[in-house]
Design a binder for this molecule. Structure first.
Ligand code: ZN
Length: 387
């Protein structure tokens, strides 16, 4: 048994000072304060005095890191996942962008095969298929040669059991609503994104089963007070959850604060949308089959663009995203943590298992300094990163 003690626990629903966590067989056995929980004498003890212990971070949109791109080389998922705990990420959705359908199929096989023996790292919870059913006029960094209209045949093998958790599509495309309904009925979270949907088209998509909006404000029509469009529909509907990229490049900090005010911690998820250059120096990289130029932007984050100037994912790490969300919105640490723990877990239907410090959940934890630097990351009870 592992005992973590003298921590400030952010569950994140509550703060527990002088907190104690007991962990056995990868799962949390008990959570409470020192007065209420006694560790057995033979427990291995980690003393977390002066540190915050929170649920591990969950990233719903990650394209790659350490020079590898999941769409181009799906078999790099496990290798990249092994390095993600340095940023506090304990589970994530490897994201496959617009490409021939052989690419998501290969990624499904990679996840089905499981990790190499002895592997430790951040758990891939299933794929986020971003495309290929996107609006060509809002393609962003997606290669238009591979865009296609949605059909039920193309998504016949996409389900959580087959390692597809989330699908981003443009609901205004012909045939999209039937695909939304089909995927939602199988338990796939369907998201609107890379879309020119009007307010009315967006609401029709929500009625068909869309529950999420991919990187709010990016690759969608602008928010307009007479035609609210997709962003207005996402902000205005309390049932919808959104993703947002708080790197200071994709969305102006004031618009992050506006989205925060509209959605709050239960309906806003911070995603990185990070690409192959995460953890690497500026230079030339790829996203799917396209070249990306990564250059220095400001302290703590670089920017990634196609030669045409289109943004091509971010170079934002999740711990930096957490700090920036707080800086941009003035929100509490507990609320900020929720956007990368409980809220994404709940969206995926995994709220009992992940995203909270609660008895029975996987012991996925991040230890943070008061400055919110990651010092230790635990996945399923195993220390996977120590600074
Ligand atoms: Zn995108």
């Amino acid at each position: 048994m592992l005992c973590i003690r003298r921590a400030t626990l952010l569950t994140p629903d509550a703060q527990i000072d002088d907190g104690v966590l007991l962990i056995e067989r990868g799962r949390i056995l008990a959570v409470g304060d020192a007065a209420s929980i006694a560790a057995p004498d033979d427990a291995e003890v980690i003393d977390a005095v002066g540190l915050i212990v929170a649920p591990g971070f969950i990233d719903l949109q990650l394209n790659g890191a350490f020079g590898d791109d999941f769409t181009l080389t799906p078999d790099t998922i496990w290798r990249v996942a092994a390095g993600l705990p340095r940023w506090g990420v304990t589970s994530f959705l490897p994201t496959i962008i617009t490409s021939p359908l052989s690419q998501p199929a290969q990624a499904q096989e990679t996840l089905e095969s499981g990790p190499p023996s002895g592997w430790r790292g951040s758990i891939p919870l299933g794929l986020h298929c971003e495309g290929p059913f996107l609006n060509p006029q809002k393609k962003g960094a997606h290669n238009p040669a591979h865009l296609r209209p949605p059909t039920l045949t193309d998504v016949a093998a996409w389900s959580p059991e087959n390692h597809v958790r989330l699908v981003t599509l443009a609901p205004e495309l012909p045939g999209a609503l039937a695909v939304v309904a089909g995927l939602a009925a199988r338990g796939v979270v369907v998201s609107a994104g890379h879309s020119l949907a009007t307010y009315r088209e967006a609401k029709a998509g929500f009625a068909a089963g869309i529950r999420y909006g991919t990187h709010l404000f990016n690759a969608m029509p602008p928010l307009d007070h007479r035609e609210p469009g997709l962003p207005g529909a996402l902000l205005g509907d309390p049932a919808l959850t959104i993703g947002i990229i708080p790197d200071g490049i994709h969305v102006h900090p004031t618009m992050v604060a506006l989205a925060w005010a509209a959605k709050g911690p239960q309906r806003l998820t911070v995603v990185t949308d990070a690409m192959a250059a995460l953890g690497m120096a500026p230079g030339r990289y790829t996203i799917a089959d396209q070249e990306v130029i990564v250059s220095a932007h400001d302290q703590g984050v670089n920017e990634a663009r196609l030669p045409s100037g289109s943004l091509a994912g971010s170079v934002l790490a999740m711990d930096e995203a957490l700090r920036r969300l707080i800086r941009y919105t003035g929100c509490s640490l507990g609320d900020a943590l929720r956007t990368i723990t409980a809220t994404p877990a709940d969206l995926l239907g995994l709220g009992a298992e992940r995203g909270r410090l609660r008895a029975g959940a996987w012991a996925d934890l991040v230890f943070l300094t008061p400055m919110l630097e990651v010092v230790r990351t635990v996945v399923a009870g195993v220390v996977c990163y120590e600074r």
